[in-house]
Design a protein around this ligand. Sequence first.
Ligand code: SF4
Length: 274
Amino acid sequence: MTIKTSPGRGANSALDAPSSLNPNNTLQRALEPVAGASTLDRRLAALPTLEDRLLEIVRTVEGRVTFSTSLGIEDQAVLNAIAASGANIDVFTLDTGRHFPETLETLETSENRYGLKIRVMFPDAHEVEELVSRDGIQGFRFSIENRKACCDVRKVRPLKRALAGAAGWVTGLRREQSAGRSHVAFAAWDSADGLVKLNPLADWTFQQLEDYIAANDVPVNPLHARGFPSIGCQPCTRAIKPGEDIRAGRWWWENEDGKECGLHNRPRQKDAAA
Ligand code: SF4
């Protein structure tokens, strides 16, 4: 990642010491994107609005900035802010082939509302055929390994294709969403993808999110009003009961620990399920 420098910043920052000053210092070169992301993290934390944070992201990150939307309520807030601010951010979503019809309706409604195109990434057809042939059409229910293999083919691999060549990846992650997300940064270097991962909603509470959605009349997936705070694929998502964790409806048959699809905590490639 290359971070554009700000006028007036101190000369001692790691960002002010380009590797060209010391081309043999590989440690310094390795630390530069980490330091750059850390500086951006502090800048974003100080900005009051979502729109300001997105504009700062596109001002600071050199290269393509892309936003992955699941069309859930957090991502709809980010989409609204992209449209409102005019920030030059590419938007894409992953169509796993197992979505709720309401999610696809939200996709179309959003494109019409904001007059922008959301790139739809699909899984490789041959990989899906092999997966289903090996594990069955509902094979993800039989074991965690099967479930991770399905998420890998339908989500992780298309995500990697969508992120290829990007310098920044914007998400709608919030620290409040789960214990596993409680330390999400506004900006952090993602060495696996070679880009800076950007979470402009990191510190938002659900109340802030609801207020933003209401104030801006943002279209949301109607399933949220039916007890689905977190919406994934149809066979892997159920409504939650009062008092349950907001991600309790995702892969509910699995242990609570580490219930992620691999999009935001991907294993290294050699560890990934086949
Ligand atoms: S959420 Fe379920 S259906 Fe969707 S990709 Fe993962 S295992 Fe497959």
